[in-house]
Design a protein around this ligand. Sequence first.
Ligand SMILES: NC(=O)c1ccc[n+]([C@@H]2O[C@H](COP(=O)([O-])OP(=O)(O)OC[C@H]3O[C@@H](n4cnc5c(N)ncnc54)[C@H](O)[C@@H]3O)[C@@H](O)[C@H]2O)c1
Ligand SMILES: [Zn+2]
Length: 411
Amino acid sequence: MNSKDHSGPSTNDSASVYSQKFSVEFDYDVHFTRSTFDEANEMFLDVLDRRGEGRRHRILVCVDSGVLETHPDLPRKIKDYCHAHQEKVELVGTETVPGGEEAKVDWKIVEDLMIALGNNHMDRQSYVVAIGGGSVLDMVGFVAALVHRGLRLIRFPTTVLAQNDAGVGVKNGMNEHGQKNFMGTFAPPFAVINDFDFLPTLNQDHWLGGVSEAFKVAIIKDKKFFDFLCGSAHAIAQREQGPMEELIRRCAILHLQHIAGNGDPFEMGTARPLDFGHWSAHKLELLSNYEIGHGAAVAAGIALDSYYAKKKNLISADELKRILDGISNCGLKVWYPEMAQRNDSGELAILQGLKEFQEHLGGRLTITLPEGIGKKVEVHHMDYDLIEEGLFYLRDYAQQRSTDNGDVKAG
Ligand SMILES: NC(=O)c1ccc[n+]([C@@H]2O[C@H](COP(=O)([O-])OP(=O)(O)OC[C@H]3O[C@@H](n4cnc5c(N)ncnc54)[C@H](O)[C@@H]3O)[C@@H](O)[C@H]2O)c1
Ligand SMILES: [Zn+2]
């Protein structure tokens, strides 16, 4: 008997293997907008009825506590909006969830939210509307992906990082087992609404966090965008909204194009270019007990891998300087003392991040590095001595900048 028919699905009753094959298409819109819940604005209603179902859509809103503190009128605005359009939308409830990384470590929050979804009889045609930073979006997205094996999710990212990276992609996650995103699923959203009106209330750290992700994707994919970032660095540091909105739009679209176009949206392979600079960043977040946020850690991670790329002759000394100056001119740091922390056997603790990164993806170690600005290359070995050298180079660079009173001109 033929043990396997390689010509496609088999209808032979006696075959011992039936080769199953199908593909599922995903599509979702990412809106760049403002004033979503002004009563006259029908965009949100159009999003809910994107499939032309023409019914009264049920929504349950989950709001990040940090957003609620800084936008206390938001629940009332949403309630008034839903009331004004009650023939098209039913507000089932509003849940407040703790903002920040805490959302991704406390399983009680997950359980409570699952129960709330159940108590409100949310079904697979109902919408979970998640409003918050990347952490809340990751946690709510995780819950929404599991209840009834997947409710519809509409994300409202409210930090720069969430709008230009975390909120526009296909992943969610919880931290567990001492690792970031140890648990999680791939679950594309129904829609993403990047409303720029959320940004003015961000503190400086969360205003800047997403800037690192913009440098990340520019350095490996888009030289013109990199030039724009370096040229806009001081304006970004001064919180000018215009350049920031352009940064968010361009960065989000580069992420979206990568997800749709690289042939591996659900990361089945071992390469993960969008995680340039992240192997050390994830570890740094943990080593600091999350005192150093994701975006801040990514800035240092990019700097470290850029130094490494320079030592491997992948980028020039001038390109390394432009990267470090550009990041620093925005107000991000390229060095933290935690980067030099050693474990009991004297090894640099951050190096454990390389092993964890490999374990997370499986297969052989694959690290993305820049090759010039705007292009990337993958390497499968990292030289520990060079990484250590890089750490101390960055420490000296940071010291020099503070001696110069941060007065270095934009590169
Ligand atoms: N799923 C993905 O593809 C993906 C990609 C990148 C990052 N992430 C994850 O995203 C998380 C980081 O997200 P983040 O940088 O958005 O930070 P965050 O979600 O941790 O939020 C930071 C703080 O800002 C507050 N906040 C949120 N919006 C605000 C607003 N408009 N005004 C004032 N305060 C506000 C929050 O309450 C919180 O205290 C990390 O856990 C990271 O792993 C996920
Ligand atoms: Zn990131």
